[in-house]
Design a protein around this ligand. Structure first.
Ligand code: PAF
Length: 287
C-alpha cells in the first residue's frame, strides 16, 4: 500500500482507527523531520508484519529554548516523505503549528528530577516541551508502541518515566544510536556543520569511548573518567564543551562512585551547532 500524507488530527485519527479495525497494531515514530539513517533505523525497528507504521513530522516550537535554533532547524518535508515511502511507512502526520497549538497551550506535562541535569540544565523548558508534545502525539495516534533513539538518552529516560508515571498505554522501544563511519552520531543538526566543524566533530565519540574505556578497565573514579574524555575534546580547538557528565542511566543523576552501569553524556558546540552524544559503560564486576 502506498503512503498517506495527512496534515490534520481528524484524518490521522480516522486512518489509525481504520487500521485498528483491520486488526493492525499501531507503531509510531515521532520525529521533527530532516530524516536520516538514525530515523530510518527506528522505522526499520517499527515495521512489523501486522503493524500500521505512523511517522509524525513536526518541528515543535515549545521545545526550543532559542528562537534562532527553531528558525534554523532544517525543514525538508518533500524529501522526508520520500524517505518514509522508501521505508515502508503507512502514514505520515505532518501538522501545521495551528493544528497542534490552535490556542495558547495551557496544559503541560513535566517530568521532574530526570530533567535537572545534562541538557535539562542548559535548555530551560526543553523537556517540558518534549513531554507535552509527545503526550499530545500519543493522544492523537494512540500507538501500541513508540520508538525513540538512544542517542537522545535523557529524552528516552524522560519519556519512559512519563509513560510509567502517567500510566499511558504505550510501550516505549529504544533504538541504538546510528553513527557515521567516523563515529559521529547521526543527527539532523549535522547538516549545519561547516566542513572544518564536520572534521572536528568525531572527537566527541572518541572522547566518550576514551572515558568508557577507563570505566570498563575499572581504572578510576569519576575524576579520571572525565579527565580521559576532556583530554580528547580539548585537543580539538573547534569544539567547545557545554557539559560532560557521568550519570545514572535511569534517574539521570550524577554518580559519586562508578560501581554500576553509568551513562557518560556530553553536549558540545561546533561553531553555532550544538551536538549531543552519550555512551553507556559498565565497570568490571558490576552488579
Ligand atoms: O527527538 C525528537 O525528534 C523530538 O524531540 C520529538 C520526540 C519528535 C518531540 O518533538
Amino acid at each position: 500500500m502506498s503512503l498517506e500524507l495527512v496534515h490534520t488530527i481528524a484524518q490521522t485519527r480516522a486512518l489509525v482507527a481504520e487500521a485498528r479495525r483491520r486488526g493492525r497494531t499501531i507503531e509510531f515514530v515521532p520525529t521533527m523531520g530532516a530524516l536520516h539513517e538514525g530515523h530510518g533505523s527506528l522505522m526499520d525497528l517499527a515495521r512489523r508484519p501486522q503493524g500500521f507504521l505512523v511517522v509524525s513530522i513536526f518541528v515543535n516550537p515549545i521545545q526550543f529554548d532559542r528562537a534562532d535554533d527553531y528558525e534554523r532547524y532544517p525543514r525538508t518535508l518533500e524529501s522526508d516523505v520520500e524517505f518514509c515511502q522508501a521505508r515502508g511507512v503507512d502514514l505520515v502526520f505532518a501538522p501545521a503549528i495551528e493544528e497542534m497549538y490552535p490556542q495558547p497551550q495551557r496544559a503541560f506535562v513535566e517530568v521532574t528530577g530526570l530533567t535537572e541535569h545534562l541538557c535539562g540544565r542548559f535548555r530551560p523548558g526543553h523537556f517540558r516541551g518534549v513531554t507535552t508534545v509527545v503526550a499530545k502525539l500519543f493522544g492523537i495516534v494512540q500507538p501500541d508502541r513508540a520508538y525513540f533513539g538512544e542517542k537522545d538518552a535523557q529524552q528516552l529516560a524522560v519519556v519512559r518515566r512519563m509513560v510509567r508515571d502517567l500510566n499511558m498505554p504505550v510501550q516505549i522501544v529504544a533504538g541504538p544510536t546510528v553513527r557515521e563511519p567516523d563515529g559521529l552520531a547521526m543527527s539532523s543538526r549535522n547538516r549545519r556543520l561547516t566542513p572544518e566543524e564536520r572534521r572536528a566533530a568525531p572527537a566527541i565519540y572518541r572522547a566518550l569511548q576514551a572515558a568508557a574505556a577507563v570505566v570498563a578497565a575499572g581504572a578510576g573514579g569519576t575524576v579520571e573518567v572525565r579527565r580521559a574524555a576532556l583530554a580528547v575534546l580539548e585537543s580539538e580547538p573547534l569544539l567547545r564543551i557545554e557539559y560532560l557528565e557521568i550519570v545514572d542511566p535511569d534517574e539521570i543523576q550524577p554518580v559519586a562512585e562508578i560501581d554500576r552501569e553509568v551513562l557518560i553524556a556530553c553536549a558540545v558546540w561546533a561553531g553555532n551547532t550544538r551536538l549531543i552524544d552519550s555512551v553507556r559503560a559498565r565497570p568490571p564486576h558490576a552488579a
